[in-house]
Design a protein around this ligand. Structure first.
Ligand code: NAG
Ligand code: NAG
Ligand code: NAG
Length: 187
């Protein structure tokens, strides 16, 4: 989902971690190959990550599957690529269930660096209505209308023009990070 100014739970993020920097996908990284979204299996990305598959095989390029509930916004230079982004989600398995690495603002396009946003919820399908038990919830805060709060829709496309509405960005990546009950992680 887009974020402009978040009124959500925005967790502060400290300095860049000293974690080893996992290597990234082996393709040309410019979305010119046939595309990991096609074919019988997806190309493994980020093979250094500590997950069941030693990397991620579940993701989409060029689209943003995330949905807003909680939000953590991370930027360059802490986040240099999609693997840094996924690694930050892995560090927050108690609050992160999916991530998106894309140009999220005009500023990010101008800087040439995609951002990393971590969420606990997915994009909702078009006709879903959510209801919340407000009385028994904690930390209730207003959602920014720009965050498309809990309103269903098709999975949005990622763009790389400054208006973020014209030139598609096939290199953007988003996907799930599932912390399984046996302690393993799939992505
Ligand atoms: C969501 O609410 C709208 C408007 O009340 C309704 O038309 C629609 O059927 C609801 N969707 C579902 C999945 O119940
Ligand atoms: C909130 O939780 C309490 C305790 O479980 C329950 O008694 C109460 O009915 C709940 N309130 C709502 C509005 O669901
Ligand atoms: C993209 O956004 C700009 C600025 O809001 C607007 O002027 C333009 O018409 C939009 N283009 C498309 C294709 O929606």
């Amino acid at each position: 989902m887009r974020y402009i100014t978040s009124f959500l739970v925005s967790l502060l993020v400290g300095v860049a971690s000293a974690n080893p920097h996992p290597a990234c996908d082996q393709d040309d990284d410019h979305g010119n190959q046939k595309g990991p979204n096609q074919g019988p299996g997806q190309t493994l990305i980020c093979p250094g990550l500590k997950t069941v598959d030693h990397g991620c095989i579940r993701y989409t390029r060029g689209f943003d599957v995330t949905g807003v509930t909680t939000e953590v916004d991370l930027t360059f230079p802490q986040i240099k690529d999609e693997c840094d982004c996924i690694q930050e989600c892995l560090k927050r398995l108690d609050s992160c269930a999916n991530y998106v690495w894309k140009f999220s603002t005009s500023e990010s396009v101008r800087s040439g660096h995609r951002t990393c946003t971590l969420y606990s919820n997915f994009n909702l399908p078009p006709t879903v209505n959510l209801s919340f038990n407000v009385d028994n919830s904690t930390n209730i805060q207003m959602l920014s209308p720009d965050n498309n709060p809990q309103k269903g829709g098709l999975v949005p496309q990622a763009f790389k023009d400054t208006n973020l509405n014209t030139t598609t960005d096939p290199d953007a990546v988003s996907g799930p990070v599932w912390a399984l009950a046996d302690g393993s992680v799939q992505c």
